[in-house]
Design a protein around this ligand. Structure first.
Ligand code: AMP
Length: 229
C-alpha cells in the first residue's frame, strides 16, 4: 500500500478486547498517515512512567475495569489538540461508555471536525478468549503475536528485533473475563447508539487480517460491500 493524504476525518474502531482493533488501527493509520490513538496504549505509557494519571489508572486496569470517563475524556481531549489530528485520526478503545460517546460527539461538533465513521469489528467469544490468552507483544516495536495463531519464528522472541516478547498484565484469564464483562455491560450499548445515528458499519473480524483491513477501508470510504448492518 502506498498511503494517501486525503482528509478522512474521525474514525472509531469499536469491538471487544481481542477483536483486533489495535492491529487494524495501526494498518489503517499507516495507510492514511493519520495518528492511531489507543487509549489503552496511552494509559499503559502513563502507568509505565508513573505519572499522576498512571497512578490513578493502574489498579483499575489491573482489575480489568474501566478507568473513569473524566480521566479518559481529558486524556483524549489532550491528544486531539495536537496538530497531527487535522486530517483525521483513528480511535482504538475509545469511546467505551455512553458518557464517553456523548462527550466525543459534542466535542467533535464544537470543533467542527465532522462526524465519525464507526466500524464495529465482530469476533465471537471463544475466539476472543484464545486471542487474548495467546497474545504476546514486542515491547520495542509493538508487533503483536499470538502463540496459537501467529507465533514468532523463534519461541518467545520478536521476529523483527529479537527482543523477548511480553504478555500484557491484563491478559490473564481472570482479568480477561472482567474485561469482557465490562465490554458487554458498558461498550456493547454503543453499537446501538451509533446504529441509531446511521453511522455504524460492521465487519467480520474473524477473517484473515488483510481481509478485515479491506472491509474497513471499504467501510471508511463508503463502500456498500462492507456495510452489512
Ligand atoms: P485496551 O488496551 O484498549 O484493552 O485497554 C486496556 C485497559 O485500559 C482497559 O481494560 C481499561 O482499564 C483501560 N481503558 C482503555 N481505554 C479506556 C476507555 N476508553 N475508558 C475506560 N478505560 C479504558
Amino acid at each position: 500500500m502506498t498511503g494517501r493524504d486525503i482528509a478522512v476525518g474521525p474514525i472509531i474502531l469499536l469491538g471487544a478486547p481481542g477483536a483486533g482493533k489495535g492491529t487494524q488501527a495501526k494498518l489503517i493509520a499507516g495507510y492514511y498517515r493519520i495518528p492511531h490513538i489507543s487509549t489503552g496504549d496511552i494509559l499503559r505509557e502513563n502507568v509505565a512512567q508513573g505519572s499522576e494519571l498512571g497512578k490513578k489508572a493502574k489498579a483499575v486496569m489491573e482489575r480489568g475495569e474501566l478507568v473513569s470517563d473524566d480521566l479518559v475524556n481529558a486524556m483524549v481531549a489532550d491528544r486531539l489538540n495536537r496538530p497531527d489530528t487535522g486530517r483525521g485520526f483513528i480511535l482504538d478503545g475509545f469511546p467505551r461508555t455512553a458518557a464517553q460517546a456523548e462527550w466525543l460527539d459534542k466535542m467533535l461538533a464544537q470543533e467542527g471536525r465532522g462526524a465519525p465513521v464507526v466500524v464495529s469489528v465482530g469476533v465471537r467469544y471463544n475466539q476472543l478468549l484464545q486471542r487474548l490468552t495467546g497474545r504476546r507483544t514486542c515491547p520495542v516495536d509493538g508487533k503483536i503475536y499470538n502463540v496459537y495463531f501467529q507465533p514468532p519464528k523463534n519461541d518467545g522472541v520478536c521476529d523483527l528485533c529479537g527482543t523477548a516478547l511480553v504478555q500484557r498484565k491484563d491478559d490473564t484469564e481472570e482479568v480477561i473475563s472482567e474485561r469482557l464483562r465490562s465490554y458487554e455491560r458498558q461498550t456493547v450499548p454503543l453499537v446501538d447508539y451509533y446504529r441509531r445515528q446511521g453511522r455504524l458499519r460492521s465487519v467480520n473480524g474473524e477473517l484473515p487480517v488483510e481481509q478485515v483491513t479491506e472491509q474497513i477501508f471499504r467501510a471508511i470510504e463508503g463502500g456498500a460491500a462492507a456495510a452489512n448492518d
